[in-house]
Design a protein around this ligand. Sequence first.
Ligand code: DSN
Length: 425
Amino acid sequence: MSDTTFYGSDYAALQAFDPEIAGVLVSELERLRGGLQLIASENFSSPEVLTALGSTLSNKYAEGYPGRRYYGGCSEVDKAEELAIERCKALFGADHANVQPHSGASANQAVYGAFMQPGDTILAMSLPHGGHLTHGTKMSFSGKWFNAVHYGVDKDTEDIDYEEVERLAKEHRPKVILAGGSAIPRLIDFEFFRRVADEFGAIFWVDAAHFIGLVAGKAIPSPVPHADVVSFTTHKVLRGPRSGAIVCKEEHRAAIDRAVFPMMQGGPQMHTIAAKAVNFKECATPEYAAYAAQVIENSKVLATALGEHGIRPTTGGTDTHLSLHDLQGVLVTGADAEARCDAAGITLNKNAIPFDPQKPNIASGIRVGTPCVTTQGMGTDEMRTIAELIARAVTEGDADAQHPVSVEIREQVNDLVGRFPAYPR
Ligand code: DSN
């Protein structure tokens, strides 16, 4: 083996030793290549990011922060973390970045740890209206250990009910006010939240997991100048490794760093931190900015085209990478739509819509996102085709992959993804 041979990408060795797992790696790649990936929270990381992930940095214990570790031998991983921190700060114009959270949920845990004591009150968006499990739901630590008060969307606009936010802040005087969620198609008025937080002496936190990639690409306004703290994942539109990060104002640096380590986490995943550094470098390029703008353009066209097929976009459309669609007009549940699309080679997820009459595991809606198909190079013409394929699968299709309609749509999907391959050979 020469000095430049890289151990992390030795697929042949893995195949020889463990053909079962090697087979899973290949068949997952074939699954990605063989269908339309429309889950709004997924994307295709670059080979460069994947290379950093599959590296010997995975071996290193490095509790602490660069220059202040509890173990020896950290000189090389320190360089990776310093690069990740500096690139993250530059990308978002942030005072401080902590790149150690293992995921979005871990990042959020650290924000609670930094600013709240058990029993304190948080004001956040409700899960059924587009929030997130970690925003104070009863199933999560956040709802068990903290007093969560939830705002929702306005019945007419289906967008955030800003009046309700202000009313609940006045009534409950929360320690923290949180904006962001997993199924919000519209831009969030960060200036409004900042004003309300200031009025009632609250910390303003933005969970930007879903849209931080659009911020990185300068395609939508940034929450960073307005919020005390912004948590996010790095694997959605951002297109980095599966992980998390936090940026904050200088005054919160010590509280955030202590909350990530040692309060919530032990050894950081140095291979993932290196991959985040690679990703932040990618996101600073003009190519990435063009990508982020195209994600939104594609999303708008897809949402409108689905609406023209009777699959109504909530809020009337989208400003972001995702749209949420109400299936009640076509008399199909979210669960059935997801299964029919799946059988036709289209991966998306059922999703509750605001004021949904169905249980969450059935739901009346679907959520569609354009990060993956835009990474594949598809544009607005392809979005119109995708809308036709989804509409046909939802209204005429079947959960059985052998059903003639499923087979026919899958052939059209194959043709489309064949022209815009994910991870070209
Ligand atoms: N599970 C993610 C999503 O799909 O939006 C959020 O954590």
